[in-house]
Design a protein around this ligand. Sequence first.
Ligand code: GLV
Length: 332
Amino acid sequence: MANPRVFVTRIIPDAGLKVVLEQCDAEVWPEELPPPYEVLLQKVKGCDGLLSLLTDRINPQLMDAAPHLRVISQMAVGFDNVDAKAATERGIPVGNTPGVLTDTTADFAFTLLMAAARRVVEGMDYVRAGKWKTWGPTLLLGQDIHHATLGLIGFGRIGQGMARRASGFDMRVLYYDVYRREDLEKSMGVVYADLDTLLRESDFVSLHTDLNPQTRHIINDDAFAKMKPSAILINSARGPIVDPDALYRALRDGKIAGAGLDVTEPEPLPASSPLLSLPNCLIVPHIASSSVKTRGRMAEMAASNLIAGLRGERLPYCANPEVYERGNLRGG
Ligand code: GLV
């Protein structure tokens, strides 16, 4: 039997790509930028499988343009770019890559927290600009991390990873989540707080929720008004959880002291964004899971999800498991 046809929307690490190329008739989009939507629509037409990234828009039209498509495997834990409900209705399992990136992402969120708190990038810029003339008693004063209060919005795997790291810095940890985790409160030494209390009491507010209609712009003018003027916002989750105009105003007007962002709205952030004019806003290009090991493991997981779906087997990591309850699996 001929190998299944698949489209891979970018060159992914070899650990996963090799498997896909061995077992499938695969076309891999070779460019640095993602395929434009219209191109993707053409490419998936005759495909049995799609290996996607968070930069691809996978909507119902695209699923309908590809009548043989029987698996969408996304190389990311977040999948807000995929209409998973539409995929379920069409009997298409969607794969994602949870777990493997938890610690790497939490490491990086904590890195952002520390870098923003202690003004590391501003310090580097200062030295590079030749401004370092002497030791300064008030030079680049930052915020203490140890014994500070960390507020986690979202207490899933990555939020819990942040709490574990924070305990090494003697931080007090508050969390807010739609699911209260009383089981973890004692063992991890974290305290549940409603959103208002968390915003008011935290020295660092770090976002670890997925993006959904309830979390879109949850950090807005109102939220900034409640935060301490010394507070620092960390976002390594999804850009649109924060209203970018409100963030600009808050940083410009000293409503909060700083921000460390791995994700932005829009993404990529244009060089003309007013946020880039602010020294207290540290921004990096969505790299929290970007370690050699983790991206390799994510590629492997995405490949195994893809191959399982093509074989009609249950995906090892499925983002829409309800698809298996409906008895309408495409190609099933
Ligand atoms: C990265 O942002 C991911 O969702 O894996």
